[in-house]
Design a protein around this ligand. Structure first.
Ligand SMILES: *Cc1c(COP(=O)(O)O)cnc(C)c1O
Length: 507
């Protein structure tokens, strides 16, 4: 099967709004003036007024505007259109209800400097969400301040540092090594380095798990402040030795940080605190219903053990009987990490998500997410190389090993998926798998969509054998074909400049 090029239809060929402009076209009509006309000269000094004729501002009708924006909206893929199998991102569909709740007038219009007595509802919401997250993680100290997973990580490792400084005094300066597996997300070593630690990398085993012997060896070298571990890890496998891992690190005098970006595989089923983890971050914008993408805003709560709680950022939301207040009087705190108390809108969505699901519903969502990933793992393992054999959790990793024989690589497979109507999966991450394709369907995909995705992947595999050029040249069905992504990122053209011709034509 090969895709025939046709003349682009209007919605694929939409011009810029400026190029649609025609002198004199308007899309509005103002009512007759019912007050006396003011003389502008009396209120606005001449030097502050424009003298040109707003040249270049598009002159368009209402239908021009509606069609323009509707057409360009179809160039983008969205979660409302179909599944978004980006592994490690947990791109699930978020219920409109949580959006509605987040727009509740009394919450959305609240000024961040409102005194505590006028913000009791908001403070209670924060307090109760923290209690729920403490219950979900098994870690009692929670701060919702961090605005992203990466900031939650940095907050967490700063807690470890403050704890060690208090515990060991001067001697803690000798304890500045953070151990991080080679499969980790790049933010882990970055956060550790920002917090003043040096990073030592732990190898993974052929099974895709943390190498315990290497962990013991690194701990024996001394100076270990802690371990940063993602669980399930970034190849989607649960670190079944997690208790032993925590014991090894604790015996060496260090603390265990868990990267909780993959909590969608655990919520309601297992608690990191019960496994021996000391501190974790969550991504409300992955697991707890905040729309994800486009650069934010996000929320990366930091949850910790009672021993680390005194070091959490100020202010803390505390409860005195039936009232709530912000407490900044915490002498051991690492200080503030975010203005006010973080991104409150995300907290409302997460609270609504937790309340509408209930404990049973949260568990069911987790089980469905894992079942969906295992279904894909099972259906695709004959067509694609699956580097690790253990059962996956909420995401599964494949590689391009089989297809590479005909010159088809991960990037080509991802681009070809676009022609089949799917957003590509995460590619070339984690780094320990060559040509990685990390697929996370999430719980918000039904059987029919999973099967359609499986069929698309199987078709692409067949094409890689019989017509590799078709895959290598993909996508064929989009407005713009294969992009030079480096040039698009390094030399983006972000500004439209009217050319002289257009101006004289419309003038
Ligand atoms: C997404 C992710 C992060 C970083 O979270 P941000 O909110 O994007 O800063 C860290 N670790 C893992 C494993 C992730 O998937």
């Amino acid at each position: 099967m090969s895709i025939k090029k046709v003349t682009p239809h209007p919605s694929q060929n939409e011009a810029l709004i400026f190029e649609r402009s025609q002198t004199g076209r308007v899309g509005y009509r103002l009512p007759k003036l019912d007050v006396e006309e003011t003389n502008l000269d009396e209120i606005l000094p001449a030097e502050l007024r424009r003298t040109d004729d707003l040249e270049g501002v598009p002159e368009v009708s209402e239908v021009d505007v509606i069609r323009h924006f509707t057409r360009i909206s179809t160039w983008n893929y969205s979660i409302d259109l179909g599944m978004y199998p980006l592994g490690s991102c947990t791109m699930k569909y978020n219920s409109r209800l949580n959006e509605k709740v987040a727009r509740t007038a009394g919450l959305v219009d609240l000024h961040p400097l409102a005194p505590a007595e006028e913000a009791q509802g908001a403070l209670e919401l924060i307090y109760r969400l923290q209690e729920d997250l403490a219950e979900i993680t098994g870690l009692p100290g929670v701060s919702l301040q961090p605005a992203a997973g990466a900031q939650g990580e940095m907050t967490g490792v700063l807690l470890i540092r403050a704890f060690l400084d208090k515990r060991d005094g001067e001697a803690s300066h000798e304890r500045r090594v953070m151990l991080i597996p080679d499969s980790a997300h790049g933010t882990n070593p970055a956060s550790a380095a920002l917090a003043g630690f040096t990073v030592k990398t732990i190898h993974s085993t052929a099974e895709g798990l943390t190498d315990l012997d290497h962990l013991r060896q690194l701990c024996a070298e001394g100076g270990v402040a802690g371990l940063m571990l993602t669980n399930p890890n970034t190849v989607g496998i649960f670190e079944k030795n997690i208790r032993e891992i925590c014991e090894i690190v604790h015996e060496a005098g260090g603390l265990v940080y868990m990267d909780g970006a993959n909590m969608n595989a655990l919520v309601g089923v297992a608690r990191p605190g019960d496994m021996g983890v000391d501190v974790i971050h969550l991504n409300l914008h992955k697991t707890f219903s905040t729309p994800h993408g486009g650069g934010g805003p996000g929320c990366g709560p930091c949850c910790c053990s009672a021993a680390l709680e005194p070091f959490l950022p100020v202010p803390r939301v505390v409860r005195d009987g039936d009232t709530f207040r912000l407490d900044a009087d915490r002498p051991d705190s690492i200080g503030r990490v975010k203005a006010f108390y973080g991104n409150f809108g995300m907290m409302i969505r997460a609270f609504a998500y937790i309340l509408t699901h209930g404990a049973e519903g949260l568990r069911e969502a987790t089980e469905t997410a894992v079942l969906n990933a295992r279904y894909l793992a099972h259906k695709l393992e004959d067509d694609f190389d699956k580097p690790f054999h253990s059962d996956c959790m909420h995401e599964v990793v494949f590689s391009h090993k089989k297809q590479a024989a005909t010159g088809v690589h991960t990037l080509d497979i991802a681009k070809r998926l676009i022609d089949y109507g799917f957003h590509p999966m995460t590619i070339y991450f984690p780094l320990i798998v060559e040509g990685a394709m990390l697929i996370e369907p999430t719980e918000s995909v039904g059987r029919a969509d999973l099967d359609a995705f499986v069929e698309a992947m199987k078709d692409i595999n067949r094409e890689a054998e019989t017509d590799p050029e078709l895959v290598i040249g993909a996508p064929h069905s989009t407005r713009i074909g294969r992009l030079d992504e480096a040039a698009a990122a390094r030399k983006p053209i972000l500004r439209w400049k009217p050319d002289q011709d257009t101006l004289t034509k419309t003038a």
